[in-house]
Design a protein around this ligand. Sequence first.
Ligand code: FES
Length: 107
Amino acid sequence: MPSITYVHTDGSREVLDVPVGTSVMRGAVLNSVDGIVAECGGEMMCATCHVDVDEAYVDRMPAQSDDEKAMLEFTASERKPNSRLSCQLVVTPEMDGLVVYLPESQV
Ligand code: FES
């Protein structure tokens, strides 16, 4: 099962095993990771699942849809080039070791 590290703004880390086919958002929510709100439950209508993907893994992420790009305009924290909606990141075996950074705020 791929291991994903969620890094909080204070530098603390939560390392979780997230099943293939689950989203990075769902992995966080199911394990009560603070910092992912996911108000819309993954329907791409809230942007409260914003994460910044570690640069080393950006190329392993699925392509952004136009809808995701549009929704990323509404993140509460600064949008960066490596910002993604974690509900759109479906876990694959290639994502093992993925590191994502949680933003200051989601709302
Ligand atoms: S959970 Fe709402 S946009 Fe990702």
